[in-house]
Design a protein around this ligand. Structure first.
Ligand SMILES: CC(C)(COP(=O)(O)OP(=O)(O)OC[C@H]1O[C@@H](n2cnc3c(N)ncnc32)[C@H](O)[C@@H]1OP(=O)(O)O)[C@@H](O)C(=O)NCCC(=O)NCCS
Length: 164
């Protein structure tokens, strides 16, 4: 039975805990304080935390891009929605994995994106990250493109996509 998580927005006082989770999850590839602050500024509404009964166990960040546009087609005005999102990062404290924190974060992100009219979310994952790959596949993401040499160590990335 998964632990119940409350999903809420990031606030400045959460920064130290997010950095702890980040370093424990990504080591030398961890994002730094400055980058998280930048994400907060740009994508704050979708910088989310999974809060358990005592601590914050995980975070995720998604950013929306694109726009609504209007065009005239056969004499009538058509509104087109080009809004898409990217999952910039998601990580859970290694001691709290397998309890549903990431699932709750993703579910809440998708719910919020749908409310904004976003119809697609993409992400980039390391080919060697079997746990994350399986996590995304089991939640409906499919690999749509390879990105050879995307990571600093030359490793290939995989672009995955989910239609909402
Ligand atoms: C990928 C990651 C975010 C998943 O977080 P999580 O909170 O463990 O995910 P959940 O508990 O919601 O789901 C994990 C799945 O693994 C299973 N699992 C069981 N025991 C587990 C364990 N000890 N550790 C991890 N997963 C476990 C869960 O049952 C679940 O299975 P399901 O897909 O059939 O539902 C987490 O492993 C992580 O932070 N990894 C390092 C950072 C990373 O790679 N991020 C992604 C970059 S693209």
């Amino acid at each position: 039975m998964p632990a119940p998580y409350t999903i809420r927005r990031f606030k400045a006082s959460d920064m130290d805990r997010v950095l702890e989770i980040e370093r424990a999850s990504f080591g030398k590839d961890a994002y730094d304080r400055k980058l998280f602050a930048e994400y907060e500024r740009k994508c704050g509404g979708l910088f989310l935390l999974a809060e358990g009964s005592r601590t914050v166990d995980g975070y995720s960040i998604a950013c929306v891009s694109g726009k609504y546009s209007s065009l005239v087609k056969r004499g009538s005005l058509v509104r087109r929605n080009d809004l898409v999102a990217s999952l910039e990062s998601i990580a859970v404290d290694p001691r709290a994995r397998g309890k549903g924190a990431a699932s709750s974060l993703l579910k809440s992100t998708i719910r919020r994106l749908k409310l904004q009219g976003v119809h697609r979310i993409t992400l980039m994952v390391r080919r060697s990250n079997a746990v994350a790959l399986q996590f995304y596949e089991r939640r409906g993401f499919t690999a749509v493109r390879r990105a050879p040499g995307y990571y600093e160590n030359g490793e290939e990335g995989l672009v995955m996509r989910l239609t909402l």
